[in-house]
Design a protein around this ligand. Structure first.
Ligand code: SF4
Length: 390
């Protein structure tokens, strides 16, 4: 469908990432993330080069230890042309160590409570801001529905309608915007990600109304395998970009390492289509039937069989479960896997030698990579049979 559109970007502030400007009327930039183990320097360098060559304006790398920092230093030296952002997990103090080698730092408010529990979150944010100011870096406050601060999770009542459902994520973003503004730091963007594209649309619209000056990084997290992962991403991005919301974005697809450039190409294609008035999605993502969500993997992925596993789950389930409204979540690690599978009917998350499985909140156990597919199939069959007798 091609429509004559005039898109008026929200007049946000400009955020600077090395020589790249994000926000205001600056071109919408595209990001991606290395899925390799950061400490596998050779693979990570190859991955960063691949993403940079595909057109990524910024490439993200996950950092969780001093050994990761050592590896990052080598990656930076090997690919100085790529703008790097690090994804800090629980170890926020590593910000100081990585700062000389990166252009931007992403922190997840939901992970700041893990270490130094007696220190207020505001003091941890101050530490990050001091580092960012000292090294002239940008920050991203990256709020994720699957890994919210437990304190903020209490804020919203999941059952009290749309606003209640979004309340914890919005409260978390608001809290951190408040800290940053109080510290006089404005070189930051915010992201609010969910695996549900409709939620991504709604919450970003709400945030944009509340904080029109803050540039937004868009993303549908764990969009999963192609082609559905691309459709989910397109639904959210088309809707928001057409409203002038979104200043930088990332598609999160489950694809093999060597095909990670697909994330960049898809993002660029969606931006080009929206600005040319070519819309391919419906206004809402009214998908029904089998829904498989899977993370894009990152350096934390615990077994490289993860992508094959996500593909195998789809191949196994589609013939008999395609017509059933069932969500299966397949995640690459034990850190974010348990939380990110909370809303699924069946949740799988990988460990080095086994895969964890749960049905709704009930943990069913650990299964070897050889066993897991059969167990998921029997759980699916039971679920479908139970629904048919309801
Ligand atoms: Fe990385 Fe784990 Fe998130 Fe997958 S679930 S993207 S492996 S942190």
């Amino acid at each position: 469908m091609s429509l004559p559109v005039v898109i008026r970007r929200k007049p946000t502030r400009t955020v600077t990432v090395r020589d790249l400007k994000i926000g205001s009327a600056h071109p919408i930039s595209v990001q991606s993330m290395a899925a390799t183990r950061t400490q596998d320097v050779e693979a990570t360098v190859r991955q960063v080069k691949l993403l940079h060559a595909a057109g990524a304006d910024i490439v993200r790398i996950a950092i969780d230890s001093r050994d990761d920092v050592e590896a990052l230093i080598l990656v930076r030296a090997a690919v100085p042309q790529a703008r790097l952002v690090v994804d800090l997990q629980e170890s926020y103090r590593l910000a100081e160590k990585v700062a000389p080698y990166v252009d931007k730092i992403r922190y997840n408010p939901g992970h700041l409570h893990h270490h130094e529990k007696d220190l207020p979150v505001s003091a941890k944010v101050k530490f990050l801001v001091d580092v960012a100011k000292r090294f002239n870096l940008a920050l991203r406050v990256g709020v994720n529905f699957g890994s919210l601060d437990p304190k903020q999770k209490e804020t919203g009542n999941k059952d009290s309608g749309e606003n209640g459902r979004f309340a914890p994520a919005l409260a978390s973003a608001n809290e951190h915007v408040g800290y940053l503004e109080e510290l006089g730091f404005t070189n930051y963007v915010v992201s609010l990600k969910s695996s549900n594209p409709n939620d991504v649309v709604d919450i970003n619209k709400q945030f944009s109304q509340m904080h029109p000056e803050v540039p937004l990084h868009l993303g549908v997290t764990e969009a999963g395998l192609l082609p559905l992962g691309g459709i989910k991403t397109r639904v959210a991005f088309e809707h928001l970009l057409a409203l002038g919301i979104g200043d930088t974005l990332r598609a999160s697809l489950t694809v093999p390492f060597d095909e990670k450039g697909e994330e960049v190409l898809l993002s660029k294609a969606i931006i080009a289509d929206v600005y040319a008035g070519r819309f391919r999605s419906v206004p809402r993502f009214e998908h029904s039937g089998l829904n498989i969500i899977s993370c894009p993997s990152c350096s934390r992925v615990e077994n490289e069989k993860f992508v094959e596993l996500a593909q195998a789950v789809r191949t196994m389930a589609t013939p008999f479960a395609a017509q059933h409204d069932i969500t299966i979540a397949v995640m690459g690690c034990r850190v974010n896997g348990p939380g990110e599978t909370d809303d699924a009917d069946l949740g799988l998350w990988c460990a080095p030698t086994h895969v964890n499985l749960k049905r709704k909140e009930t943990v069913l156990g650990k299964f070897s990579y050889d066993e897991i597919l059969g167990r998921v199939q029997s759980e699916l069959e039971l679920m479908i049979a139970a629904r048919e007798t309801e």
